[in-house]
Design a protein around this ligand. Structure first.
Ligand code: CXF
Ligand code: ZN
Length: 378
C-alpha cells in the first residue's frame, strides 16, 4: 500500500437487510482533508450493527459496510491532519469530538455541534463515500466508522490516539458499548459511593453500567431482565440483586423495585430501548433526587409519557446520553488507564474471538443471545 493511492482490500458488505454479509474486494480511497485511513486490527459486533443490518425501512441504505467498535493503525493521513501520524494506534468512535465547538469545549456536553452526530451513510464533512467496489458501485458508510473492512477512512473528529501497548481485543471494546455503559454511570449519572442503582436489561450495555456503578462504589446494584440466567453472569459485573420481570405477578416492576429500595433507587438505567421500561424506570427512581438515564434505542418517533404530577412534584430527572456522556478524546484514555490499573475489567466481556472471514458467526451468536462481545480479527 502507498499513501495517496486507493487501496484494494477485503470488506464484509451488507447487501440486503438481514442477509449474511458478503466478503468482497473493495477499493478504499485515500483520506481527504481532516481524514485518516486506518488499517483495522480487530473489531467487535455491537447491537446497533444488528439493528441497522435488519432495517428494511426506506430509504434502504445498502450496500453498506457496517461495524463501529474497533481499533486500528493509521495507514496514511489526509491534508490538515496533525493529530496523528502513520503508525499511530487509534480507536474510532461513532460520536465526534472536534475539540473546537462550544459543546466540545464545554465539560457539560459531548454533542459536537461542528459535525452534529447523525446516522448518515456518508463521511461527515463532505457527505461522500470513500468505498467503491470493482464494478464502480458506491458502498455506504456506517456511524462514521465502517470497521467491517480491512481498511476504512475516518474523520479525525472520530479517532482517539491511544497507548499501543494495550491489548487490541480489550481496547476495541472502549470504542462503543463498554464505554457507553461505564460512561453512563460515571459521567452521565455520576453515581456516588453507597448508591442504589437499577439496571433494566442485562446485555453488554447494562453489564457495563453495572461495572461503572461498581467502580463508583454503589452498594446495591439491581439487575432487571426477563431471563433468569442473566443474574449469574451479571454478578461478575457487580450486580447484587435480581428482579425477573416475568415473576412480578400483577405488580408493575417499578412497584417491586420501590418496595425493595424503600421508595426508589438513586439511579435507574434503561438499557433495552422500550418506552414501557423507560416509564417504569422513571417510576422507581427516588423522589427528590432520583435520576433515570435512557441508553436504549427506541424507534425515533416513539413518545415517552410521564405523569405531570410527578414531573412537577417529584424532583426526579429523566435524561438520555449518547456514548454514556463521554467525550471521546479525553475520556477514552482515562478508561484505558483504569483498565491498565486493573480497576476497570474488560476481559470478561469478550466471550468469543473469530476470524474476519467468519464474521456472520458473530451475528448468529449475538442474535441467539450467546455472546456479549465477539472480537473479529482482521
Ligand atoms: C448508537 C446510539 C444511538 C444511535 C445509533 C448508534 N450508538 C452505538 O451503538
Ligand atoms: Zn455501538
Amino acid at each position: 500500500v502507498e499513501a495517496g493511492k486507493p487501496i484494494l482490500c477485503k470488506a464484509a458488505v451488507a447487501r440486503k437487510p438481514g442477509e449474511p454479509l458478503v466478503i468482497e474486494e473493495i477499493i478504499v480511497a485515500p483520506p481527504s482533508h481532516h481524514e485518516v485511513r486506518v488499517r483495522i486490527i480487530c473489531t467487535s459486533l455491537c447491537q446497533s450493527d444488528v439493528t441497522f443490518w435488519k432495517l428494511k425501512d426506506l430509504p434502504a441504505v445498502f450496500p453498506r459496510i457496517l461495524g463501529h467498535e474497533a481499533i486500528g493503525v493509521v495507514e496514511s493521513v489526509g491534508e490538515d491532519v496533525d493529530e496523528v501520524v502513520e503508525g499511530d494506534v487509534v480507536i474510532p468512535v461513532f460520536l465526534p469530538d472536534c475539540g473546537d465547538c462550544a459543546d466540545c469545549k464545554s465539560k457539560k456536553s459531548n454533542l459536537c455541534s461542528k459535525l452534529p452526530f447523525q446516522v448518515s451513510p456518508w463521511m461527515p464533512r463532505d457527505k461522500t463515500s470513500r468505498f467503491t467496489n470493482l464494478k464502480g458501485e458506491v458502498l455506504y458508510h456506517f456511524l462514521n466508522v465502517s470497521s467491517f473492512s480491512e481498511y476504512t477512512v475516518v474523520d479525525t473528529a472520530h479517532i482517539v490516539k491511544i497507548d499501543p501497548s494495550i491489548p487490541p481485543s480489550k481496547a476495541c471494546l472502549l470504542s462503543c458499548g463498554v464505554s457507553t455503559g461505564v460512561g453512563a454511570a460515571w459521567r452521565t449519572a455520576n453515581v456516588e459511593a453507597g448508591s442504589t442503582v437499577v439496571i433494566f436489561g442485562l446485555g453488554s450495555i447494562g453489564l457495563a453500567v453495572a461495572e461503572g456503578a461498581r467502580i463508583s462504589g454503589a452498594t446495591k446494584i439491581i439487575g432487571v431482565d426477563v431471563n433468569q440466567e442473566k443474574f449469574e453472569i451479571a454478578k461478575k459485573f457487580g450486580v447484587t440483586d435480581f428482579v425477573n420481570v416475568g415473576e412480578c405477578g400483577d405488580k408493575p416492576v417499578s412497584q417491586v423495585i420501590n418496595e425493595m429500595t424503600g421508595g426508589g433507587a438513586d439511579y435507574c438505567f434503561e438499557c433495552v430501548g422500550l418506552v414501557s421500561l423507560m416509564e417504569q424506570a422513571y417510576a422507581c427512581c427516588r423522589k427528590g433526587w432520583g435520576k433515570t438515564i435512557i441508553l436504549g434505542v427506541e424507534k425515533p418517533e416513539s413518545r415517552v409519557s410521564l405523569p405531570c404530577a410527578d414531573v412537577l412534584q417529584s424532583g426526579k430527572t429523566l435524561t438520555g446520553a449518547l456514548f454514556g456522556g463521554l467525550k471521546a478524546k479525553s475520556d477514552i484514555p482515562i478508561l484505558l488507564k483504569r483498565y491498565m490499573d486493573k480497576e476497570l475489567e474488560l476481559d470478561k466481556y469478550v466471550t468469543h474471538e473469530i476470524n474476519f472471514k467468519d464474521i456472520n458467526k458473530a451475528f448468529d451468536l449475538l442474535l441467539e443471545g450467546k455472546s456479549l462481545r465477539c472480537v473479529i480479527w482482521m
